[in-house]
Design a binder for this molecule. Structure first.
Ligand SMILES: C[S@@+](CC[C@H](N)C(=O)[O-])C[C@H]1O[C@@H](n2cnc3c(N)ncnc32)[C@H](O)[C@@H]1O
Ligand code: SF4
Length: 363
């Protein structure tokens, strides 16, 4: 039985200039057809699925209207065995949070929200092209709490040009005052095919690596003082509030992805669905395959991926699984990037800052 289900909802009311996730603007008819296709795809897996975790990601899943949510959530409840469900997360953009929607989601079994606040500084939000301000994000957080969500996560971005260390400190401080259970703090990445990438290329934007390193260090320090442990390079949680869904990815568990552009890894096969929403919907509804890429996940590839993800987590990489990278790990130990604690390789604080570079040796 597959225990982890990802559902990609590719619509956003507004497209942010730094974001490379697969998304498009929502048109009503397109959304209706997409929902029908998604439910057909879900039905086709129903007898192999008993999810412990579900993750609605995007795009902006919270951009769906209440009737659209009723159709989607009702349809999933009808088709899937949800009796083993432990964690059901939805990503929300603060601009799309309202009381009636939050209440419907909570009553339908969703028990965790990851909200894209990004910053509590309005000038940084404008630089990021966000449509909400800090006041709306704070109101949305309270709406979610009042609707009964007791597992809330906030997404933040640091390393934004023009974002001072003081601005980032205030963002961490205001996040902590709201007392979420989980925080994700991502360093801004310049993703290909985004407006920010183009601006980086022509010198209109330039990262300040020293400042970004200071912001990263401040994050672990401030959040640590409030009981948040950094269980993965970009993720901090109170004890027991780690994202179970993401931990399943990082520990190499099988998962099914539904919707356009979603990846799945099941029983040694990995595949990706067609990216374009219209073609995904049409193929699925006409009984054709929605898959546009497939590969075998060999034991060798799985070991590499588990090592690359494992080293980014608090648990690190077990010594027993690290033989083939012994030389590289010893070199990185000499450079102060990794350290051996008990029988596990763990990132040092400097290694956490350069986690992507460290993880590259495994893949
Ligand atoms: C799918 S979005 C979250 C939900 C919703 N769409 C929103 O933006 O509020 C996932 C998260 O990825 C992060 N993210 C996206 N693009 C990023 C980038 N280029 N650099 C760093 N973080 C990024 C943001 O923090 C964002 O909240
Ligand atoms: S960051 Fe969120 S709202 Fe912005 S474009 Fe990406 S998925 Fe859409």
């Amino acid at each position: 039985m597959i225990e982890h289900l990802y559902i990609h909802i590719p619509f956003c009311p507004n497209i942010c200039p730094y974001c490379a996730f697969y998304k498009e603007s929502a048109g009503r008819e397109r959304v209706e057809t997409f929902l029908e296709a998604l439910l057909v795809e879900a039905s086709s897996w129903a007898d192999r699925l008993r999810p412990k975790t579900i993750f609605f990601g995007g795009g902006t899943p919270s951009a769906l209207s209440i009737p659209q949510f009723e159709k989607l959530l009702g349809g999933l409840h009808e088709r899937l065995d949800l009796s083993s469900l432990e964690e059901w997360t939805i990503e929300m953009n603060p601009a799309t949070v309202a009381t009636d929607k939050a209440t419907l989601l909570r009553h339908s079994g969703i028990n965790r929200v990851s909200m894209g606040v990004q910053s509590w500084d309005d000038s940084v939000l404008r630089s990021l092209g966000r449509t909400h301000d800090a006041a709306k994000a704070e109101e949305s957080f309270h709406i979610l709490r009042d609707a009964g969500f007791d597992n809330l996560s906030i997404d933040l971005i640091f390393g934004v040009p023009g974002q001072s260390l003081d601005s980032w400190r205030s963002t961490l401080d205001r996040s902590l005052r709201l007392a979420p259970e989980h925080l994700s703090a991502y360093g801004l990445t310049y993703e290909e095919d985004t407006e920010f990438f183009r601006k980086l290329g022509c010198g209109e934007m330039s990262p300040d690596e020293g400042l970004e390193a200071d912001q990263f260090e401040l994050t672990a320090g401030m959040l640590g003082a409030f009981g948040f442990h950094q269980y993965e390079v970009s993720n901090y949680s109170l004890t027991g509030r780690e994202s179970r869904h993401n931990m399943a990815y990082w520990t190499g568990r099988d998962y099914l992805g539904l919707g356009p552009s979603a990846f799945s890894t099941v029983a040694g096969r990995r595949w990706r669905n067609i990216r374009e929403t219209g073609i995904y919907s049409e193929s699925t509804l006409s009984g054709k395959t929605a898959v546009d890429f497939e590969e075998e996940v060999t034991p060798e590839l799985l070991t590499r991926e588990k090592a690359a993800f494992g080293i980014r987590t608090l648990h690190g990489l077990p010594l027993d699984d690290s033989d083939k990278w012994e030389k590289e790990l010893l070199d990185m130990q000499a450079e102060g990037l990794v350290t051996l604690i008990a029988d596990r390789w763990i990132l040092t604080p400097r290694g956490r800052l350069l986690a992507d570079t460290v993880a590259e040796i495994f893949v």
